[in-house]
Design a binder for this molecule. Structure first.
Ligand code: URA
Length: 210
């Protein structure tokens, strides 16, 4: 299966991403803009959802009007930074179910270690959209998706803000069936596996930790 990466090059997304990248952007502004970008990313990642037709009555006459059909949406946040994207996605699709996967990066091996996993039932019947702002080495994203597949998920998409070419390659080696949606593909990783030029540590920037 051909692995697909979509770069969301909408001008509003690109402008807001630049604000997030700036080191002078405050925590509260970072959080607000991230929420706005997430809503726009959600708009793009859901662009091909199936529609059906429902008979309704407008104040003037009956009509067959489009409504969403098919699988229900489930957003899965990769903790903790995924929560920053989750809020904006829920602004757009408030009825979506939500799961959380907690992973930390082992500082020596840089491998993902799971510490929390809670997802809605019947994952196989849902369109699962995994959110994590930074696709750096790709290890946590790949581990989160592997765990979701183990729990029954079949239809999965991955949404991030920034991706490194290394992260895309390793993620797609593990999961060629899962399309990636990102606002930008950066140059690469530095020696600490941070995306460069990047925006720093997304979790620290959104929560004001260091
Ligand atoms: N996680 C982050 O928050 N930032 C990076 O650059 C890489 C991983």
């Amino acid at each position: 299966m051909a692995a697909v990466t979509h770069v969301i090059d909408h001008p509003l997304v690109q402008h807001k991403l630049t604000v997030l990248r700036k080191k002078s952007t405050s925590t509260s502004k970072f959080r607000g803009i991230l929420r706005e970008i997430a809503l726009l990313l959600c708009y793009e990642v859901t662009r091909d959802l199936r529609l059906t037709s429902t008979r309704i009555e407008t104040p003037l006459q009956p009509m067959d009007a489009p409504t969403l059909d098919g699988k229900k949406l489930c957003f899965v946040s990769v903790l903790r930074a995924g929560n920053g994207l989750l809020e904006g996605m829920l602004d757009l699709v408030p009825s979506a179910r939500v799961g959380h996967v907690g992973l930390y990066r082992d500082p020596d091996t840089l491998e993902a270690v799971e510490y929390y996993f809670k997802v809605p039932s019947h994952l196989d019947e849902r369109e699962v959209i995994v959110v994590d702002p930074m696709l750096a080495t790709g290890h946590s994203a790949a581990a989160a998706v592997a765990r979701l597949k183990e729990a029954g998920a079949v239809h999965i998409r991955f949404v991030c803000l920034l991706a490194a070419p290394e992260g895309i390659a390793s993620f797609h080696e593990a999961h060629p069936d899962v399309p990636i949606y990102t606002a930008a593909i950066d140059d690469g990783l530095n020696e600490k596996a941070y995306i460069v030029p990047g925006l720093g540590d997304a979790g620290d920037r959104m929560f004001g930790t260091k």
